[in-house]
Design a protein around this ligand. Sequence first.
Ligand code: F6R
Length: 260
Amino acid sequence: MRLHVVPDRAAAGAVAAREIAREVRTHPDLVLGVATGSTPVTTWAALAACGLDLTRVRAFALDEYLDIPDGHPESYSAVVEREIVRPLGLDPARVRTPGDDGKDAGAPERYERDIAAAGGVHLQILGIGRNGHIAFNEPGSSLASPCRVTRLAAQTRRDNARFFASLDDVPTHCITQGIGTILRARRLVLLAFGAQKADAVAAALEGPVTSTVPGSALQLHPDVTVILDGEAAAGLAHSETVLAGGPIPFPAPRVASPSP
Ligand code: F6R
């Protein structure tokens, strides 16, 4: 796990965008996993500013509300179109959200199959909920869970009420990639900002691996980059050793001092 603690969201977005841009330069048809919500906003802005040709990139969103009217501006298909596809110049035909081919009982399995058919996600951008969720895998989700229909936790609905007119308008159900689906991505990049995420970040990165903290599943993945601001990193106890960014340099051999 590589950890970057940066001054603010803009700096975090620049680091994440650099990671994505580096991958796109070597794989122009990269399969990118995209998160919605507030966290990745600066990543998309920094990536758009790179001016890279992203027309061959394929993208799969993590999740989508189920009980939301088609075309609702806060549906994740609308958010992805507005905040990711248009500013980045992605080809809409290469961008998917769960249930975009029909919100029927077969949708989760089809989405899982379509990700696999695309060769799997190469680089997955993730945020984390205050309750430790990744995508909409709420506490209690199996660490091997596939793409599926599930309920939103009460806390997630309260947190996301800021995007809706009232709490009653926040959907109750969603289609989400599972934790198992996310763990199959080749690279994971997790971003988190603000003091309200500090407990979830510490529990996910340094606590026991448990379905009670879905984000703790990241400890099972061999290629994770974590980008935090100082507030989100404040609960980490081992950030200088276990999690410190980049490979630890091999120490130069000690030269034995001649015996007196
Ligand atoms: C969004 C998603 C969620 C968010 C998380 C953090 O697609 O999957 O897991 O990443 O709820 O939300 P923000 O970024 O709004 O704090």
